[in-house]
Design a protein around this ligand. Structure first.
Ligand SMILES: C[S@@+](CC[C@H](N)C(=O)[O-])C[C@H]1O[C@@H](n2cnc3c(N)ncnc32)[C@H](O)[C@@H]1O
Length: 252
């Protein structure tokens, strides 16, 4: 299924089906990162804007926001938000070329995460390519280390209750179900049974420290354990599950 079809199908049930990063960001770090680059004289682009969850953060801090998404239906919902300084563009960010203006700040939250690695990498390159020299792109990306921590925590939970790995119900281990060897190597792990690209530290450094760009900062966006498990036990505390926040800068 192509990205447009997939996301158009989800649009009507978006709130139920799609994880809300902004609501679950435990330390409200995204707000701080975006504020760092706020400029009322500048335009910012929200790449893969979805139904517009980032608009309450972005819209008051910039002159104009361009929300770009491959899904007509998501854009239609985003258009109903009350922000006046937002324009929308329908585009496939994995296309060979995208036609967008250069900006000093780009935001791309949980977009480059399909099981097609080449398309994910193209999305990232396309986002970076819109930056002016000195401009910064903020990416939120699933973490392979966090997925591994969640699996380990689940197994520990069962162990504490006297259940061996072999006896854990298959459904509970669903997020460990990776397809073939290729997917394991590519960092593709299930989220709610959807094969989802997860990134690891070495990969991120290689990906973003290249060409005209540097990885300026890598941070964790932490969530509660209730975002991984229904009724997690009290002993399950830090380290919490997380997505990566990548701050990438165009230096040349
Ligand atoms: C998980 S949602 C995240 C939406 C939003 N960034 C947020 O954090 O609420 C992923 C979004 O990326 C969009 N998307 C996925 N692949 C895309 C592509 N190739 N080009 C443009 N948008 C894409 C989807 O339509 C969807 O709205």
């Amino acid at each position: 299924m192509n990205d447009a079809l997939h996301w158009n199908n989800i649009a009507d049930n978006y709130d139920k089906e799609i994880f809300n990063v902004f609501q679950n960001d435990k330390k409200k770090k995204l707000k701080k990162y975006i504020r760092k680059y706020a400029n009322k004289k500048n335009t910012a682009i929200d790449f893969g804007c979805g139904v517009g969850k980032a608009l309450p953060l972005l819209s008051p801090l910039f002159k104009e926001i361009i929300g770009v998404d491959v899904s007509k239906k998501c854009i239609a919902i985003a258009k109903s938000s009350p922000y006046k300084n937002v324009a929308f563009r329908e585009a496939d960010l994995a296309a060979k070329k995208i036609n967008l203006p250069f900006v000093d700040f780009a935001f791309c939250c949980n977009v480059a995460m399909s099981d097609d690695i080449k398309r994910n990498y193209r999305i990232i390159q396309n986002v970076l390519s819109t930056l002016n020299k000195g401009g910064v792109a903020l990416f939120v990306l699933p973490s392979l280390e966090s997925a591994s921590l969640a699996a380990w925590s689940l197994i520990s939970w069962y162990e504490r209750e006297g259940v061996d790995l072999a006896d854990i119900p298959k459904d509970d281990l669903a997020q460990l179900h990776v397809g073939d060897h290729r997917q394991i190597l590519d960092g593709v792990v299930m989220i709610d049974r959807v094969p989802t690209k997860h990134y690891q530290v070495a990969e991120l450094y290689a990906l973003f420290n290249s060409g005209n760009f540097v990885l300026q900062k890598l941070d964790r966006l932490e969530y509660g354990w209730n975002t991984e498990f229904e009724s997690p036990p009290r002993w399950m505390q830090a380290p919490y599950p997380w997505d990566w926040v990548v701050e990438a800068k165009r230096v040349k």
